[in-house]
Design a protein around this ligand. Structure first.
Ligand SMILES: [Zn+2]
Length: 248
C-alpha cells in the first residue's frame, strides 16, 4: 500500500478524464495548488463524486504519483452548493477560483490564500456585502498576500505618514509635496483618492481575515475602488480571466 497524506483544501476546477475519471485541481494549505486524479469519480455511487466538485472545501486523503496526486477519499466540510443556484454568485465564485488558480503554485504553502478563498465564499454565500465589493476586497487582499500590496500608510517616496492629499502611483501613495516635485505624475497616475477610499483600502490591507467582510461603502467609494482596482490589477496581473466575461 502506498502511503497517503491528508491535505486541507478547496477544489478549484474539475474536468472529465477517460470514461469515468476526473482530473481536479485542489488549492491545499500544505502543498499549494496540486493536480489530482479521482479514479471512478464519475461513476454512479462513487464515494469520490461529491468531494471532487468545484468549490468543495474539506480534507482530502491523497497519495502522490509521478506527475499528479490521486484522491483516495475526501471529507466535505462545506460544498458551497447554494452558490451555484444564483448566476451572479456562480460567476463571482468562478472568478475567485480562477484568480487563486493563476496566483498559486504547487509546493508552496497556501495558508493565507486558502483562508481568503474560504471566507470570501462564506461572504458570497451570506449575501450581506454587495458582490462587487467582495470582489474588490478579495482582489486587493490576495495581491497583498503575494507581496504586491500597496504602500498605503505613508508616502512611498518620502515616508511622510500624514500626507492626506494623496496620489496613487507605482505601488502606493504619494504625498502632496512629492507630487508637486513630479510634473509627470498627474499624467501617468491621474488618481487622487478620497479620504474614505484611502481608509477603505487601508482597512482591507490590514484587517484580520475574520473582519474583512463586515462593512459596506458608499456608491462614491465603490466607484473609486472600481476605477482604481482596474488599473492596479492591469499593472500587476496582465492576464485575462475568462470568468470576467460573464460578469456585468
Ligand atoms: Zn512624500
Amino acid at each position: 500500500m502506498r502511503e497517503t497524506i491528508t491535505l486541507t483544501g478547496m477544489v478549484l476546477v474539475s474536468s472529465p478524464v477517460k470514461e469515468y475519471d476526473k482530473r481536479i485541481e485542489i488549492l491545499t494549505r500544505e502543498c499549494g495548488r496540486i493536480p489530482a486524479f479521482a479514479q471512478g469519480a464519475r461513476k454512479q455511487n462513487s464515494a469520490l463524486s461529491a468531494c471532487t466538485v468545484p468549490f468543495t472545501f474539506g480534507s482530502f486523503e491523497v497519495y502522490e504519483g509521478r506527475n499528479a496526486y490521486s484522491v483516495k477519499s475526501g471529507t466535505i466540510e462545506n460544498y458551497f452548493g447554494s452558490l451555484t443556484d444564483n448566476y451572479d454568485s456562480l460567476c463571482y465564485a468562478s472568478y475567485f477560483t480562477e484568480v487563486a488558480r493563476y496566483i498559486t503554485r504547487e509546493n508552496v504553502r497556501a495558508d493565507a490564500e486558502l483562508l481568503l478563498l474560504y471566507i470570501t465564499f462564506k461572504a458570497l454565500q451570506a449575501g450581506l456585502v454587495p458582490t462587487k465589493l467582495i470582489r474588490r476586497i478579495f482582489e486587493l487582499r490576495i495581491m497583498s498576500e503575494q507581496g504586491e500590496g500597496l504602500g498605503l500608510f505613508s508616502c512611498i517616496r518620502c515616508g511622510n505618514a500624514d500626507a492626506f492629499d494623496v496620489y496613487i502611483s507605482e505601488g502606493g501613495l504619494i504625498c502632496k509635496d512629492c507630487a508637486k516635485k513630479d510634473s509627470e505624475l498627474k499624467k501617468r497616475h491621474p488618481f487622487r483618492l478620497s479620504y474614505d477610499t484611502k481608509y477603505t483600502l487601508q482597512y482591507i490591507m490590514s484587517s484580520k481575515p475574520q473582519k474583512l467582510y463586515n462593512f459596506n461603502v458608499s456608491d462614491q467609494v465603490m466607484a473609486e475602488l472600481d476605477k482604481f482596482m482596474t488599473v492596479y490589477l492591469a499593472r500587476y496581473i496582465p492576464h485575462h480571466f475568462n470568468s470576467l466575461d460573464f460578469l456585468s
